[in-house]
Design a protein around this ligand. Structure first.
Ligand code: SF4
Length: 362
């Protein structure tokens, strides 16, 4: 398995979770409940955490949301980041409530003195700040000289981030993460490449307003995936217009595809073709469902014939080269048994359980 060489970033701690440095890439998400509703928000954070979400961000649009933060922080199983726009006083309230991280938007908190007030309290409380730029809320362009072209969007995003980063740096504050999210994938990539070149900070990467479940997943996978493949990115948030619970498996699938992290099973399944003689797709889905429930890292290959089947099955922890009537079950490259078609699923489950038990015992 080939490993991606990651950019070395300066680590920060969001509560108990390290982001950057030698930490694995952290998966995070954002709630879409009303933050003022403590019960609904904590319930959603718990659901996200069960799926593998490691940091939860909550919007803090007003003082009612800020007032709910102490209870949310107290009951959340994962560190909580407060998402702040416009009003620095909400950031102060969030810090006093005990949040583990802040996201500030340099596009709409433009007064350096207000930023400094927040930084002072964040430092006192040991809370990192994400400088979170979004292409939809960039600071206004300064007046252009006659004939001068405006800078490209990615450059404006980088400039907006650096404006705030410099304020933090001047105060000796280095618990910094940066994000530069756009809908447009090439713009996002250009912005992150530049900030990765110019600063040592941990990068939170994502694509904003990416779209509905299918198209948004692909946009996220391409944008986040390309950056991760270049070694850029310390924490990711997939965003799709769907239940936030959808985001977490997509995030892990992106990380898994790049050999960066594995949570739960990796299912290798052939796309099927005219050679197929078994009903493979339902089998692959049932295998996936079974091993996903177990939540253990295991690679299972479900292949439809002897052309690529044995090759792929050999690479996996367990696999099947399924033929008409009979199929060969592989374990770590060796055929361990030949089973009848009716027993394909149960044989894979049985062998899988043995592998999981062996991995668990070291
Ligand atoms: Fe076709 Fe066999 Fe390849 Fe599946 S493994 S796609 S059935 S050739």
């Amino acid at each position: 398995m080939m490993e991606i060489q990651r950019r070395t970033s300066r680590p920060v701690w969001v509560g108990k979770v390290q982001v950057g440095g030698d930490a694995p890439i952290v998966v995070q998400s954002m709630t879409n409940t009303s933050t003022a509703d403590v019960q609904a928000t904590v319930r959603q954070i718990n659901e996200l955490a069960d799926l593998g979400c490691e940091i939860a961000r909550v919007a803090v649009p007003d003082r009612h949301a800020a007032a709910a933060l102490p209870d949310i922080v107290r009951h959340s199983p994962v560190p909580v980041v407060a998402d702040i726009h416009y009003d620095y006083r909400l950031a102060l309230a969030a810090l006093k409530a005990g949040v583990h991280g802040l996201r500030l938007n340099p596009g709409n908190i433009r007064d350096p003195e207000k930023v400094r007030i927040v930084v002072r309290l964040a430092r006192e409380r040991g809370v990192p700040i994400r400088v979170g730029v979004n292409e939809g809320s960039l600071p206004p362009l300064p007046p252009l000289a006659d004939g001068e072209m405006p800078p490209p969007k990615w450059q404006r995003m980088v400039d907006a981030a650096l404006w705030e980063v410099r304020i933090l740096e001047e105060m000796g504050f280095d618990q910094i993460k940066v994000s530069l999210k756009a809908f447009d994938v090439p713009t996002t990539i250009a912005a992150y490449r530049e900030i990765a070149r110019q600063t040592p900070y941990a990068l939170h990467i994502g694509i904003t307003e990416a779209g509905t479940l299918r198209s948004g997943s692909i946009r996220n996978a391409v944008g986040i995936g390309l950056l991760l493949a270049e070694g850029i990115g310390d924490t990711i948030r997939v965003s799709v217009s769907a239940d936030p619970k959808e985001e977490i498996p997509i995030a892990y699938d992106i990380l898994r595809a790049l050999n960066l992290r594995q949570r739960g099973p990796t299912i290798v399944a052939c796309p099927t073709c005219g050679r197929i003689e078994v009903d493979l797709i339902p089998l692959a889905l049932r295998v996936e469902e079974h091993f996903q429930k177990l939540g253990q890292p295991i690679t299972v290959a479900v292949m439809g014939c002897v052309v690529n089947g044995p090759g792929e099955a050999r690479e996996a922890d367990i696999g099947i080269a399924a033929g008409k009537g009979k199929g060969a079950i592989f374990r770590s490259g060796q055929v361990v048994r030949v089973v009848d078609e009716a027993d394909y699923l149960s044989a894979l489950v049985e062998e899988g359980q043995k592998v999981i038990a062996e991995k668990a015992s070291g």
